[in-house]
Design a protein around this ligand. Structure first.
Ligand SMILES: Cc1cc2nc3c(=O)[nH]c(=O)nc-3n(C[C@H](O)[C@H](O)[C@H](O)COP(=O)(O)O)c2cc1C
Length: 186
């Protein structure tokens, strides 16, 4: 039997009623057999200061430990001003440092995004993929989970109503798990 694949998820929004955090809750329900998903909250990660990169705060240490232990990562992010939110970039910067101790090294990763606009966070996804090059991560390419006009797709309790989006999330998780298994065998 295949070994269980552990996935660590985090969202680039701290907002209580965040659509992107809601996407991670949906993923928790749809994670395939043979895999488990844990969600890490980025609240509490302070602004990056390179003076502290070799002795980071406890929250950053915990974040890095969990990333390193995970077989795969799942990031749900809003698009802010055509890019990724500072909260997400800040957390990524911490976990990538100090030089030579990049927690993301060689990790398979999948992205989801939800936005109130008509492109569903596409530009943020491509900016994130650009960082993956330097971080030496292996992103899943398809399907693209881009949730457009998010307020129409969730109810007021943050539950996803849109079956097409649920199907895409399930497919993305299946592909991430398969990708992680392939990379583990290399
Ligand atoms: C600072 C800021 C910048 C934003 N820029 C964009 C943007 O460039 N593109 C977009 O589609 N939505 C943009 N939005 C709207 C977000 O899509 C919307 O606030 C969304 O709900 C954020 O995700 P969340 O619900 O997970 O917090 C922006 C929102 C904020 C607060």
């Amino acid at each position: 039997m295949d070994e269980q694949i552990s996935i660590l998820g985090f969202a680039g929004s701290l907002r209580q009623h965040s659509y992107n955090r809601a996407l991670l809750r949906v993923a928790l329900e749809l994670v395939p057999d043979g895999a488990k998903l844990e969600v890490f909250e980025l609240d509490g990660i302070p602004p990056f200061n390179q003076d502290s990169e070799s002795s980071p705060p406890e929250t950053v240490k915990e974040f890095k430990t969990k990333i390193k232990a995970a077989d795969a990562l799942l990031i749900a992010t809003p698009e802010y001003n055509y890019s990724i939110p500072g909260v997400l970039k800040n957390a990524i910067d911490w976990a990538s440092r100090p030089y030579g101790d990049n927690a993301f090294e060689g990790k398979p990763v999948a992205i989801m995004s939800a936005s109130t606009g008509m492109l569903g966070g596409a530009r943020a996804q491509y900016h994130l993929r650009q960082s993956f090059v330097f971080l030496n991560m292996y992103p899943v390419n398809k399907p693209e989970v881009l949730v457009t006009f998010a307020p129409e797709k969730f109810d007021d309790k943050g539950r996803l109503l849109d079956e097409k989006t649920k199907k895409l999330i399930r497919e993305l998780l299946d592909n991430l798990v398969a990708w992680a298994r392939r990379l583990k065998k290399v």
